[in-house]
Design a protein around this ligand. Structure first.
Ligand code: SAH
Ligand code: SF4
Ligand code: F3S
Length: 457
């Protein structure tokens, strides 16, 4: 026991990490679990038994941010109960609410011990130690690179996220990300390749390269000159056993020529693109500071489809941006009808403190926003169902990720990112399997292995 303690390993310590918001946050949450793991904390999904609770928060819309405070209210009660039983609980608020609100969180939520921003979570062990003296806030954008100070990542599973770029310089009028995540920074090709190799060695077969503006990637290549996202993907394509690449999220204005071409030529790059357009109205796009028009987007999609005709498209939309008229909203509906999306996320505009759009006085009434959102989602749902239904009867390659819902079943994804369930032994996990799609459900496709279908015939 004494020997183990000397190594800093107390087998009783447990950490609960919960993430809200985007994939970047999910990646950060996993890395925070790695940091705590290196300190001897075992991961738990039972918050009651956790000695450290980390909420990795999202500030993108009011609802997301408010959720954190109700969760913190519950955690305060739990902390009190554990204290009565003689157990200490450290509560950490990380992520974008931490960055945006800093010390305000300490006054609004008693019970919080540490507030740490997305660029300083590698300092978590020191912050936890310091919090025994007094509550601490660290929302610096440190000069050191957190990636250089993180322990080796632990990988579970067949698919994984890999952060290649962080931050955003675009300043869309509605968005908090440039303030919570700071300026655009790209990691070097060598650092990303090393992390990707470790992921693949641990069994990962599909890597999604992530960044707030991932297609603005311009990290240093081997020769020191900046590499593009397409160049980075070509380099990663040399890793044996890596089967698939994806990337998200992109901005239309950063869809470089070589990236579009890669959709037609890179064998690992999957035919799926999440390319948020936000609105179909040029006046609204201008007010949003998106710096492109609806027709720019249409023309861009035409070029991408020329490179990869079967590409599945996805987007984000905001309805009820201040001043949006009924006619302007209908331009969004028209753009959706023109393009045809395989999936999409759509949101009611939510004013965010510190953003230019929040200052505007021409807010769209809540009821109007709700009505527009319902209409838009109706159209997007219909497009998604049609896209999935069109897969029925086709043979698609599925990367098997895990056991399925029922015994004997496995679950995986098509190149178009559709979830599929089919019968196969668990040994199929981590491999590509040709599957004939026989049915399209509301959240999943159902299929049969081509080998099985041939045998039955
Ligand atoms: N970097 C990505 C998106 C990050 S935020 C991009 O540029 O596309 C994810 C999505 O949340 C955005 O695309 C937008 O649709 C939505 N969003 C951002 N701020 C919002 C706000 N204030 N209200 C409603 N939705 C918002
Ligand atoms: Fe936000 Fe716009 Fe940057 Fe996307 S591009 S993160 S929406 S500011
Ligand atoms: Fe939310 Fe921050 Fe991501 S605000 S969407 S967690 S970058």
């Amino acid at each position: 026991m004494a020997g183990r303690r000397r190594q800093g390993i107390d087998p009783l310590k447990k950490a609960f990490v919960k993430s809200y918001g985007c994939q970047m946050n999910a990646y950060d949450a996993a890395r925070m679990a790695d940091v705590l793991g290196a300190e001897g904390y075992a991961a738990t999904d039972q918050v009651e038994e956790a000695d450290v609770v980390v909420l990795n928060t999202c500030h993108i819309r009011e609802k997301a941010a408010e959720k954190v405070y109700s969760e913190l209210g519950r955690l305060r009660v739990l902390k009190g109960e554990r204290a009565e039983a003689g157990r200490d609980t450290r509560i950490v608020v990380a992520g974008c609410v931490a960055q945006a609100e800093g010390a305000e969180i300490l006054s609004r939520a008693q019970g919080v011990d540490v507030v740490v921003g997305p660029q300083s979570y590698h300092r978590l062990p020191a912050l936890l130690a310091a919090s025994r003296e007094k509550r601490v806030v660290d929302t610096d954008f440190p000069v050191e690179d957190k990636f250089d100070h993180l322990p080796a990542r632990r990988n579970r599973g067949v698919t994984g996220f890999l952060t290649v770029q962080e931050g955003c310089d675009k300043f869309c009028a509605f968005c908090v990300v440039p303030y919570t995540r700071g300026a655009e920074v790209s990691r070097s090709v060598a650092a990303i390749r090393a992390e990707a190799e470790a992921m693949v060695a641990a069994g990962v077969r599909e890597i999604t390269l992530i960044g707030q503006n991932v297609n603005a990637y311009h990290g240093a290549g081997a020769d020191g000159a900046p590499a593009s996202l397409a160049g980075l993907m070509a380099e990663l394509g040399r890793i044996p056993d890596l089967l698939r690449l994806r990337y998200t999220t992109s901005h239309p204005n950063d869809m470089a020529e070589d990236l579009i071409a890669a959709h037609g030529s890179d064998p690992l790059l999957m035919p799926y693109l999440h390319l948020p357009v936000q609105s179909g109205s040029d006046r609204v796009l201008k007010a949003m500071n998106r710096k492109h028009t609806g027709d720019h987007y249409r023309a861009l999609i035409a070029r991408i489809r020329a490179a990869r005709p079967d590409i599945a498209l996805s987007s984000d939309f905001i309805v009820g941006f201040p001043g949006e008229t009924e006619a302007e909203f209908e331009e969004t509906m028209r753009l959706v009808a023109d393009i045809g999306f395989a999936s999409a996320f759509s949101f009611k505009y939510s004013p965010r403190p510190g953003t230019p759009a929040a200052e505007r006085e021409d807010a769209v009434p809540e009821a109007v926003k709700s009505e527009r959102l319902a209409r838009l989602q109706g159209l997007l749902d219909a497009q998604r169902h049609a896209f999935n239904a069109a897969t029925v009867g086709k043979v698609v390659e599925v990367l098997v990720e895990k056991a399925g819902r029922h015994p004997g079943q496995v679950a995986g994804k098509t190149p178009h990112l559709q979830a599929v369930q089919f019968d196969a032994p668990l040994a199929a996990i981590g491999t590509l399997v040709p599957v004939r799609i026989v049915q399209s459900g509301s959240n999943s496709l159902f299929g049969e292995r081509v080998a099985d279908a041939a045998r039955a015939a």
